[in-house]
Design a protein around this ligand. Structure first.
Ligand SMILES: [Zn+2]
Length: 240
C-alpha cells in the first residue's frame, strides 16, 4: 500500500478518535459541574454565614467598648450629682443623665441584644448548612470523585492521542499533510473510507473498473472520483 496513503488513513483514525472524545468529555464535564455546583452553593452559603458571624463579633466588640466608656461616664456623672452645689445644678445634671447618657446606654444595649439575636439565628443556619454539606458529601461525595477521575482519564486519553497525532504529523510530508487537511475539512470523520464491493463507502457510488484497479494495486494515493474522499482496500491495511 502507498506509504502516504497509509499515513493519511492512520491520521484520519487518530483524528476520528480525538473527535469522539469531545462529546464524552463535554458530557462528563456537565455531569461533574452539576454536582460540583450544588456543593459549591452550600459551601458558599457557609462562608457567607461565617463572614457575617465574624462581622457581628467585631460589631459587638466595638459596641461593648463604647458601652464601657459610657458606663464610666455615667459613674462620674453620678458623683457630680451627689456633689451638686445647688438645686439648679442638680436638675441640670439629672436632665443630662436622663436625656443623653441613659438613652445612649440603652441604645447600645439594645443594639448588642439585636446582634446577639442575629448571631443565634446565624448559628442555627450554619448548623443546618453544615448538616446539609455532610449529607451531600455522604450521598454524592463518591460520585463527584468518580466523575473527576473519569474526566481526568478522558482528558489523558485525548492528550495521548494528540501526542500520537503530533508524532505522526511531524514525520509526514507537508504536502501530503495539507492534502489530507483539505479533504478532512469537509469530509470530517469520513476523510478516508474503505472500498467494499467496488463501492466508495463515503458516497456509496460504484467505482469505475479503472479506478477500482488502482485501488486494488494500492501503489498510488486514490481518491473517489465522485466525492473526493481517500479510498482504500481494508485488506491492504493489514499488510505490512
Ligand atoms: Zn465517494
Amino acid at each position: 500500500m502507498n506509504q502516504y496513503l497509509r499515513e493519511m488513513i492512520e491520521l484520519s483514525k487518530i483524528d476520528n478518535a480525538i473527535t469522539e472524545f469531545e462529546p464524552k468529555i463535554e458530557k462528563a464535564n456537565k455531569e461533574y459541574e452539576a454536582v460540583a455546583n450544588r456543593r459549591i452553593a452550600i459551601t458558599e452559603s457557609i462562608a457567607n454565614l461565617e463572614n457575617r458571624k465574624n462581622q457581628i463579633f467585631q460589631d459587638i466588640a466595638g459596641y461593648e467598648k463604647s458601652l464601657a466608656k459610657l458606663q464610666q461616664e455615667e459613674k462620674e456623672h453620678q458623683k457630680k450629682i451627689q456633689m451638686a452645689k445647688n438645686e439648679r445644678e442638680l436638675e441640670n445634671l439629672k436632665l443630662e443623665k436622663e436625656q443623653i447618657l441613659t438613652p445612649q446606654i440603652e441604645n447600645l444595649n439594645e443594639a448588642i441584644a439585636q446582634l446577639n439575636k442575629e448571631l443565634e439565628h446565624i448559628e442555627e443556619q450554619l448548623a443546618k448548612k453544615e448538616q446539609e454539606l455532610q449529607e451531600f458529601q455522604k450521598e454524592f461525595g463518591e460520585y463527584e470523585r468518580d466523575l473527576v477521575l473519569k474526566l481526568e482519564e478522558l482528558k489523558n486519553q485525548q492528550k495521548e492521542l494528540s501526542q500520537e497525532r503530533n508524532q505522526l504529523v511531524s514525520q509526514m510530508d507537508s504536502k501530503i499533510f495539507s492534502f489530507y487537511q483539505r479533504i478532512r475539512r469537509w469530509a470530517k470523520e469520513t476523510t478516508a473510507v474503505p472500498v467494499r464491493d467496488q463501492a466508495c463507502y463515503g458516497c456509496f457510488m460504484k467505482l469505475s473498473n479503472q479506478v477500482y484497479l488502482e485501488v486494488i494495486k494500492g501503489e498510488e494515493i486514490v481518491t473517489c472520483p465522485n466525492c473526493g474522499r481517500l479510498v482504500y482496500l481494508e485488506s491492504h491495511l493489514e499488510e505490512e
